[in-house]
Design a protein around this ligand. Structure first.
Ligand code: NDP
Length: 331
């Protein structure tokens, strides 16, 4: 079974040298264990933080060991009650073709309801992230106007559609025409291609004007986007700070926005969040998502790389904007 290992911890841009493809023999499963062949691997921006080698809210990846991440696969051999050959399971044992694990460390998924890879995207942690940001952090209400950044990405595209389903107006920003077209297709009321303007704040302000301005901002990017959001957002606006992908490859921290005093002047509510603190919302999320899907309000699109050897490229592609929708690797 092949797997991708980390060759060193690093800061700065991601390079393929930091990954190596290795072959390993899977052990025989013990009592209570299963052998799983992965079918889909998730690559996610947060993994970048685990490659630096310092503990943040999560431990760093170990050099020389296979990387970890969301994956769905099928049981090919079982020594565990309740798990049969062919069952679909979700795990954090990504970046590898197969593995042996205690069955109780895995989550069974129902691949007859949704395609298995959806559990890595809109129906999984990605969708849940968008949901938490909108529902719990921003507390988005019908009739309000939301600015979603990185809106053609995985969390962003889920969030655009959830916000529409919640009755809000959505201004979507993304890089390039193909991405802004996609945002329109999934229901954004107005779109801005941030790569086509040197005045992001002005462009978003103009786009939001017919909707009475921006009440809330969903932060996925950081840097110039945050600067613009502080300028554009209305007094008493709320910001859910989900991610700042534009900063993850910085060698040294850069100075922040120069307009942070807007937080005071506009009496803003700015709140960061980490998905894993909010699993209590999962039941509510699944219920709302099922209703929205049944009503045809949520479409999904994935960007798919083929084969374990492409996993580093898929991961690096997150930082160059190579994906529309969820970035996945199909094995
Ligand atoms: P995406 O699918 O959004 O992929 C990343 C996208 O970010 C790219 O496609 C690109 O889109 C955009 N991007 C990359 N670099 C830059 C840059 N320098 N400037 C502007 N845009 C850039 O990834 P996810 O949906 O998985 O994640 C989105 C955000 O949510 C990330 O910041 C991530 O860290 C965060 N996150 C946070 C979680 C939490 O618990 N707090 C959980 C999950 C995700 P474009 O071409 O439009 O620039």
């Amino acid at each position: 079974s092949r797997e991708i290992r980390l060759t060193q911890h690093f800061t700065g841009p991601v390079k393929s040298d930091y990954f190596e493809l290795s072959e390993t023999d899977l052990p025989e499963p013990a009592e209570g264990e299963v052998v799983v062949r992965n079918a889909w691997l998730s690559v996610d921006p947060y993994m970048r933080g685990r490659m630096i080698g310092v503990k943040t809210y999560i431990d760093p990846f170990e050099v020389g060991a296979p990387l970890e991440g969301g994956a769905v696969g099928q049981v090919v051999q079982s020594k565990a009650d309740g798990f049969a050959e062919g069952d679909w399971v979700m795990s954090m044992k990504g970046w590898r073709e197969g593995y042996v694990a205690a069955a109780d460390s895995l989550t069974k998924i129902d691949a007859s309801v949704l395609p298995p890879e959806a559990y890595l995207g809109v129906a999984g942690l990605t969708g849940m992230t968008a949901y938490i940001g909108l529902k719990r952090i921003i507390e988005l209400k019908a009739g309000e106007t939301l600015w979603m950044s990185a809106a053609a990405g995985a969390v962003g595209s889920a969030g655009v559609q959830f916000a529409k389903a919640m009755g809000a107006n959505v201004i979507a920003t993304a890089g390039g025409q193909e991405k802004t077209d996609f945002c329109t297709e999934i229901g954004a009321d107005a779109v801005v291609d941030y790569k086509a303007t040197d005045d992001l704040a002005g462009a978003v302000r103009a786009a939001a004007e017919p909707f009475g301005g921006v009440d809330a901002y969903f932060e996925n990017v950081g840097g110039d986007h945050l600067q613009a959001a502080l300028d554009v957002i209305k007094p008493h606006g709320r910001m859910a700070v989900c991610g700042m992908i534009a900063r993850y490859n910085d060698d040294t921290p850069l100075p922040g926005p120069t307009n942070l005093t807007q937080i005071i002047a506009k009496k803003l509510k700015v709140q960061g969040f980490i998905l894993s603190d909010h699993f209590d919302l999962q039941g509510e999320f699944i219920k709302d998502l099922s209703d929205w899907m049944m009503a045809g309000k949520v479409k999904t699109r994935d960007t798919v790389y083929d084969g374990i050897e492409q996993t580093p490229d898929a991961f690096m592609g997150l930082f160059t904007g190579a994906n529309i929708g969820k970035m996945l690797v199909k094995l």
